[in-house]
Design a protein around this ligand. Sequence first.
Ligand SMILES: Cc1cc2nc3c(=O)[nH]c(=O)nc-3n(C[C@H](O)[C@H](O)[C@H](O)COP(=O)(O)OP(=O)(O)OC[C@H]3O[C@@H](n4cnc5c(N)ncnc54)[C@H](O)[C@@H]3O)c2cc1C
Length: 265
Amino acid sequence: MYSVNYHRAASVNEAAKLIKSGDAKLLSGGMTLIPAMKTRLAAPSDLVDLSRIKELQGVKVSGKTIAIGAGTTHHEVAADEKLKKACPALAHLASLIGDPAVRYKGTIGGSIANNDPAADYPAALLALDATIATNKREIGADKFFKGLFETALKDGEIITAVTFTAPAKAAYEKFRNPASRYAIAGVFVAKGKDGVRVAVTGAGDDGVFRSKEIEAALAKNFAAAALDGMKVPAKNLMSDIHASADYRANLIAVMAKRAVAAANA
Ligand SMILES: Cc1cc2nc3c(=O)[nH]c(=O)nc-3n(C[C@H](O)[C@H](O)[C@H](O)COP(=O)(O)OP(=O)(O)OC[C@H]3O[C@@H](n4cnc5c(N)ncnc54)[C@H](O)[C@@H]3O)c2cc1C
């Protein structure tokens, strides 16, 4: 074992001060950070625990505007009754993450800060054109997700909430790895007042991305049949032990069709 200084922050302001100590890291659900520390992929000198900060918790639905605190767990997102009415696709997505232990501890803020290329929330936030609020600024999802495990966050910057406008129609479908439940390919489709946005996770070799081909087809006709014969290019898709790039390209089209059918149901 090596020693770590543990700090429990009571507010975002206090966390912002504490994160300046040594080589500190923010801790939310610990579902990613603690395993990384156990395997020495991360070795912070200090941990600043955000999990007791009240202002980071909960889902607020006000008309069509939805705000989710960064410290809200996947389980809380999945179970929120107002969210289930305003944006059922996002609640459903949260219910598909990992297993109950992961859902009861893991948080939306931790998930998007980590930006795992197979994580579910990045696809939703990109397709919903969400805004990510931090203790310093607001960042649009198109600018926030920058690549594999890379985001626009600066050192010590704390995500406080995500906000978006409820779409008219949306759905998420993922083909999941049966062991980890991470996406081998996951597609979130959203139809809102500014058009159709489609984001893909689990498949891109540079992380989450928008599928311009599928968006163009659905902009003309938001129906599963509009994707009949859709060929998604395999270029820039991941090949690994789970699936080849060609297989993932096919999966993206299949998941997109299923998502549109679900959104229209
Ligand atoms: C077995 C298993 C299965 C999983 N399956 C899935 C899955 O199917 N789909 C999926 O999407 N994910 C999956 N996950 C990941 C899970 O969703 C984690 O909850 C998530 O990746 C990290 O969230 P966390 O709250 O635990 O963050 P932590 O592990 O505490 O932190 C992760 C990173 O984010 C930073 N951070 C945390 N909070 C903030 C904040 N507010 N502001 C800025 N930085 C912050 C931390 O410093 C750290 O670098 C799985 C994890 C496990 C262990």
